[in-house]
Write a protein that binds this ligand. Structure first.
Ligand SMILES: NC(=O)c1ccc[n+]([C@@H]2O[C@H](COP(=O)([O-])OP(=O)(O)OC[C@H]3O[C@@H](n4cnc5c(N)ncnc54)[C@H](OP(=O)(O)O)[C@@H]3O)[C@@H](O)[C@H]2O)c1
Length: 247
């Protein structure tokens, strides 16, 4: 089996590629140059996993181009890396994924959609500097006490490999949250530091500002049962991720 991974050279794509390789699958990581000739980039693959770059200005157009090319060259299987709670009109980049999900479902291809929550790995650089600074605090530009289903990126990648190599996942949409709802303050405490909300940088992307506003009020709660089922084990806990990746 050979899987082409759009966005395969990015943070998520590298993790997915590693998980597929571990499952014995040949991978073809693709970056932006693949868009020069998408049919040629996808030809000969058995499946394509579609990851859009962060904050792509037109994710539905990106996804539509891949779906069209996959159809043209006969790649019949597609999985799409969406996000938890894609249909949130207050968050434009989530809404772009909701629209893209609709394109995937109507593509005529054999599809699966994955909806991961925020990765725990997003917090690691700030946790490292919080630990090494005298002040010792984790600073984020949104509320530190709202609930998230924060998830280990490597669990998300392993679930993606399970979906593409296993049976019974065509036509499925899986919300991928970690093993428990946690706040940023909980994650900071597990790393031995405190957390506090700070104002966002003045030049932050407006879509990120909208996301921070949403996180302030609601966090991003996400269920953990589908991930546990796909992995066939408990998803990796916050403490385990910190012990493995933070040192
Ligand atoms: N971070 C999270 O917690 C989280 C949670 C859920 C979902 N997600 C979603 O996961 C996705 C991937 O995130 P990520 O951080 O892994 O992304 P990323 O590292 O920014 O992705 C970079 C990848 O996208 C390609 N790329 C960049 N600009 C492009 C363009 N204009 N046209 C085509 N390809 C382009 C890059 O190719 P080159 O190597 O050629 O530059 C590279 O392969 C995003 O859609 C994000 O919303 C993230």
């Amino acid at each position: 089996m050979k899987v082409a991974i759009l966005g395969g050279s990015g943070k998520t794509g590298r993790a997915v590629g590693a998980a597929l390789a571990q499952a014995g699958v040949a991978t073809r990581p693709l970056g932006r140059a693949a868009f020069d000739d998408l049919p040629a980039a996808l030809a000969g693959a058995d499946a394509v996993h579609v990851i859009a770059p962060n904050l792509h200005p037109d994710e539905p157009a990106y996804v539509a181009a891949v779906l069209t090319a996959a159809t043209e060259v006969g790649v019949g299987r597609v999985s799409y890396h969406s996000v938890a709670s894609p249909y949130v009109p207050a968050m434009p980049h989530h809404l772009g994924k909701a629209v893209s999900e609709d394109l995937v479902r109507r593509s005529g291809l054999a599809w699966t959609i994955l909806q991961p929550c925020a990765y725990l790995q997003n917090l690691l650089p700030a946790l490292r500097s919080a630990r090494s600074s005298a002040a010792g605090g984790l600073e984020v530009p949104y509320a530190v006490d709202t609930p998230f289903g924060m998830v280990d990126l490597h669990d998300v990648a392993a679930a993606t490999a399970a979906v593409l190599t296993g049976e019974g996942h065509v036509g499925a949409t899986y919300e991928l949250g970690g093993p428990a709802l946690v706040s940023v303050a909980d994650v900071a405490a597990a790393a031995g530091v405190t957390a506090r909300r700070v104002p966002a940088d003045g030049d932050v992307h407006p879509w990120l500002r909208a996301m921070f506003d949403y996180y302030d009020d609601h966090g991003l709660p996400t269920g953990g049962v589908p991930l546990r089922a796909l992995l066939g084990r408990l998803p990796t806990s916050v403490a385990e991720v910190l012990a493995r990746d933070l040192g």
